[in-house]
Design a protein around this ligand. Sequence first.
Ligand code: SF4
Ligand code: SF4
Length: 362
Amino acid sequence: MSGVFDAEKLGRCISCGFCLPACPTYALTGDEAASPRGRITLMRALEEGRLDVTDPASLEQSSFCLGCRACEPVCPAGVEYGTLLEQWRDHQWQGAARPVLARWLMALVSRAWLLRLQGLVRGHARGKGEPRGAALLLGCVERGLYPEVSRAARELRGELAAPSGQGCCGALHAHNGDSRTGGAMAALVGARLPGVIVTTAGGCAAHLAAHLGRERVKEFSEYLAEHEVVPSGEVRVAGRRARVALQDSCHLRNALGVFAEPRALIGAVADYVELPGAAGCCGAAGTYSLLRKRDSMRVLAPKLDAIAEAEVDFVVAVNPGCLRQLRQGLKSRGSTVRAIHLAELLAMAQRDWTLSKRKGDA
Ligand code: SF4
Ligand code: SF4
């Protein structure tokens, strides 16, 4: 035994195959090696020394896996696949084996001053006061790319403090072969934001909850539901309530079990439309959409088809990576459907946002 994996966790798999239909990479390829069960077989071979770290199948499958954890809720044996994947990449993605882009991004988000500067330039939410009760996590990706999301969250919940010197939660490190640093970064965020941490990113919520405890971490829709917030107003398009779909965040749904809350909130301000496959990964998967763009687009394609068929006005995301992925995909198809974050939709409703006619309508 090499001690790469937690032996008890690795031993839980009973090879039943119930997870296969839930796995997006198995659906793409039909290849057992690209399934959760196949990957666990590779992990066991690594653990028992029957496979070397340079083995092409092990390298390829540790990278091809989206880390979406759709295999977890369907597993009768309680296999914690996400933890095993982190241990696999910790072992496999060392030194030059870690993709250069991942190394570059990890270095970037490790610098709290850089995130702070980026956020100040982009204009993220500012929250006065100390984070005594609940504080809003500003995120690393969201702070730079979508500062309007944290502004919308604070517009809706003014009680949330939003101090800028909070750093990155470390999920990016944990998912790219450095779970030790990822855990230390989560602990640091926990110390800087001592109360409840509210996040608008499903991926950050799952990572922080794993390190700080479930009680201290609330995803935004979950926070609103727990506070029994009833959203006000409505979003209207062309004289009717807007038709709005949701793309689940994999980690939020599969790791934390949060999926009813965002649906209920959307349904309170618009006509909610359930997309076929809404629970499935959109292909963003953290750095996956950058590291394996072609595979990421293959995963996204059926989702874009479903959005087009559903004739919705908006598709809502609850994670910045999914938001970026959906926006890029919709743009590539020339779609008039807008991808927005849940906080933005609710803030629009609060302002009784109305569009007199859809783009492209006569
Ligand atoms: S469902 Fe669970 S126990 Fe069954 S093969 Fe998949 S990971 Fe193993
Ligand atoms: S994490 Fe997602 S892609 Fe990876 S094995 Fe599980 S279901 Fe498949």
